[in-house]
Design a protein around this ligand. Sequence first.
Ligand SMILES: Nc1ncnc2c1ncn2[C@@H]1O[C@H](COP(=O)(O)OP(=O)(O)OP(=O)(O)O)[C@@H](O)[C@H]1O
Length: 259
Amino acid sequence: MSIQTGELPLGRLTQDGLPRTAIRAHELRKVYGQGDTAVAALDGVSVDFGVGRFTAIMGPSGSGKSTLMHCLAGLDTPTDGQVLLGETGLTRLPDADLTRIRRDRIGFVFQSFNLLPMLTAKDNILLPLELGGRKPDQQWMSTLVDVLGLGDRLTHRPSELSGGQQQRVAVARALVGRPEVVFADEPTGNLDSRSGAEVLGFLRRSVREFGQTVVMVTHDPLAAAYADRVVMLADGKLAGELLEPTPETVLDALRQLGA
Ligand SMILES: Nc1ncnc2c1ncn2[C@@H]1O[C@H](COP(=O)(O)OP(=O)(O)OP(=O)(O)O)[C@@H](O)[C@H]1O
């Protein structure tokens, strides 16, 4: 069954029929430390993430996945290079502007849910909009609540919800403002396989049916196989990509990188 949501937030193609880019990294470098102890966590990474696409970032431990995601999301500042969110360059913006962009134009789903314990599920979902002084689109909110099966949980606090339910609240919070990009950082890392599959299935559905752009960091080939594309990192550099990945092709690619 497909859900009627009106217009997609952004078309996938430009007027010229080219794929649109939601967010782009250009020659990103991030060096931690100095002198002999300096580590290049990112060593010249250029990569585009298309509008309405679900991309997974994978690679061996220490390959730079979290650093790349943090730089893309304006949570960390690269040493060199640029990040463009739509037309907006993030790398030289003052902190206050970055905070606003993270709140209004980016959604986040974290491994540890990051819900506020004193707020109900509903208030957690609406918090980013409230902080930004924006009114929720009631129809979109009820679609999300329906699809995520949260209808009878909205008045509960996080401590009264299972891990899977908490993560579904976090997904609703990330999507309710129709952000340009949702970043998911190991979103199934704290979930059992059934709840994890539900969350991944919903992220994929948000891309296919609602035109959402999702970028997810994961270690799990099963999780990565929900994406349209897998971008591989090794030693802070791009090390290839897979389109229409399956758990087997992802596992093979990781083995070739020595993960
Ligand atoms: N704050 C920091 N200070 C110093 N070095 C850091 C810091 N953060 C990351 N690094 C180093 O940068 C490199 C990339 O780290 P990053 O966390 O981005 O990798 P990752 O692929 O996400 O790893 P994992 O899969 O283990 O989470 C590693 O060598 C790491 O030790």
